[in-house]
Design a protein around this ligand. Structure first.
Ligand SMILES: Nc1ncnc2c1ncn2[C@@H]1O[C@H](COP(=O)(O)OP(=O)(O)OP(=O)(O)O)[C@@H](O)[C@H]1O
Length: 267
């Protein structure tokens, strides 16, 4: 068993380490209900982390807080050594965090490559993307991303004609195209079958190293294929952290996440 004890308070953040993100004792209080309750998490650069927890554990609230959509009542969010807790969302995005939601948000009438081109533009006004054209560096980056997401041969078809899984991969590609350092992926395998789920795991593994990736997902076979460290939340708090195998065998996790009691598990 190598699931760890709850993380302690993070203390002083050293910006010269490999640390990219530190969520430090964050509480989010919605009129007396603590969706996050002193939650802490650290992510090193170029790593992959999976976040799981039963419904209502606070996973979405955590992502909302990191990206600045929900405000921490107390605690801090430190990104690249700087306190981003009170910055507006657009400023947090500008500093290098991008979130992909569960439902694909591609522009259906535009081609796959044009969706990526728009995401790749530093100037995010889409009409500028068309007016100013694209430079060679952007074209090369987008070609790379098309390869990474496995859609190079679909580049010129309208995004609306892609299969469900392909739309999800395009949206992951769009997140990558923003040049974000930290990618937040909320249920990237939603609605996918086993083959697409495996391809998504391979895609995400290709991103790790160049990017830091935080994935929220419930699908155990997907988690096994990602082979990442897993952090388990429960009732807005840190519960456990460990390998997929350790988390899978953990009696406390089974009790809260799989809905089984310790007695049932060992009985
Ligand atoms: N704006 C809000 N006002 C009040 N309560 C909220 C608000 N947003 C979330 N909550 C509550 O906070 C808790 C955590 O919700 P959250 O969506 O973060 O959980 P989750 O782990 O993402 O759950 P799921 O897996 O079901 O998406 C839930 O009980 C939810 O009802």
């Amino acid at each position: 068993m190598n699931a760890t004890a709850p993380a302690s308070h993070i203390g002083t953040i050293d910006p010269v380490t490999n640390l990219l993100l530190a969520v430090d004792g964050v509480t989010v209080d919605f009129d007396g209900f603590k969706a996050l309750n002193g939650f802490s998490l650290t992510l090193d650069r170029g790593t992959l982390r999976v976040l799981i927890g039963p419904n209502g554990a606070g996973k979405s609230t955590l992502c909302d807080t990191i990206i600045g959509r929900v405000r921490a009542t107390s605690g801090r969010v430190i990104f690249k050594g700087q306190d981003i807790t009170h910055l507006p969302e657009h400023e947090i995005v500008r500093r290098g965090i991008c979130r992909k939601f569960q439902t694909p948000g591609v522009l259906s009438g535009l081609s796959v490559v044009d969706n990526l081109m728009i995401a790749a533009r530093r100037d995010r006004r889409w009409w500028c993307s068309f007016r100013q054209g694209v430079d060679a560096e952007e074209k090369a980056r987008v070609a790379d991303i098309l390869e990474t997401i496995g859609l190079a041969d679909r580049a010129h078809i309208p995004a609306g004609q892609l299969a469900h899984g392909e739309k999800q991969w395009l949206e992951i590609g769009m997140v990558v195209a923003t040049r974000a350092d930290l990618l937040l992926l909320d249920e990237p395998t939603a609605g996918m079958g086993p083959a697409e789920t495996s391809q998504t795991a391979a895609l995400i593994r290709r991103l790790v190293g160049q990017h830091t990736v935080l994935v929220i997902d419930h699908d155990m076979s997907f988690l096994e294929q990602l082979d990442a460290r897993v952090t388990v939340m429960h009732q807005g708090q840190f519960l456990k952290e460990g390998s997929v195998a350790a988390i899978r065998e953990d009696a406390d996790v089974a009790a809260v996440y799989l809905g089984r009691t310790k007695e049932e598990k060992h009985g």
